[in-house]
Design a protein around this ligand. Sequence first.
Ligand code: NAP
Length: 271
Amino acid sequence: MAEWTFPKGDLMAGKRGLVMGVANQNSIAWGISQQLAAQGAEMAFTYQGEALERRVRPLIESIGMDTMISADVTNDEEMDAAFATLKEKWGKIDFLVHAIAFAGKDELQGSMVANTTREGFRRAMDISVFSFIDACRRASEMMPDGGSIINMTYLGSERVIPSYNVMGVAKAGLEASTRYAARDLGTQGIRVNAISAGPMRTLALMGIKGSKSLMSTGREWSLLKEDTTMEGVAGAALYLLSPIGQSITGEVLHVDAGFHVVGVPEPSEEG
Ligand code: NAP
């Protein structure tokens, strides 16, 4: 398992929340969960399918959690049941982490124009964007005392990234949804933000053609000349989800070693 170290403390003491999107030990949602647990949060986790349950249960037990709820985000009945279970368990929650996205392999390569089918577009939008809007509605109904919600996005929403294709279109929708949800839920004291992470070695990244080059370019062009770290992403999540992130809402926070501000790479030796 990757060796990450997360600062301990009590920034999330007494806070309960739902984490959607832990698939394995490399998942971004898993890094975030470990950081939140190290700061005293209590969490429930959704998963999709029995194989995932078997894989994820030992992880969450290792941080002292035990609540896993089945939820394929494309299935309304499962989502109804998942949130009913959560409501029965805790009554209310303080935070939500949405770290879910999907597009077909055929769509994550070559030409966006040629390879995006109606069904592929619908599926990518449904799983990667609508699921966030839906989860915001359901979670906010369980946040009578206010709360904080985050999702995970990527620079492919703002710039053209080879192979990212329909997922870039979906992430643009996700970021716009973040702003509208922040507006709708603001008066309830619920903050809604997105983290735009640089490339990280997860199952989702491996589904994109040319993912190795995304990683190496991310490192070489970045201002810090390093990969985006799980500690950095999880720290940003802690910041946005905890009281120290108060007053921040509707924001897309880039955690990518500065890659997003670079226009062109540094010139070679020859100039
Ligand atoms: P990951 O470990 O593969 O997580 C993706 C999660 O989405 C998995 O738990 C997956 O479950 C879930 N998912 C897909 N379809 C679902 C459905 N219908 N119902 C419920 N869950 C579903 O990869 P990750 O990189 O950590 O991705 C988490 C988030 O970070 C995504 O939004 C991704 O776009 C974003 N992100 C990733 C990077 C990166 O470089 N890795 C960078 C920026 C943003 P299954 O395995 O069961 O499908």
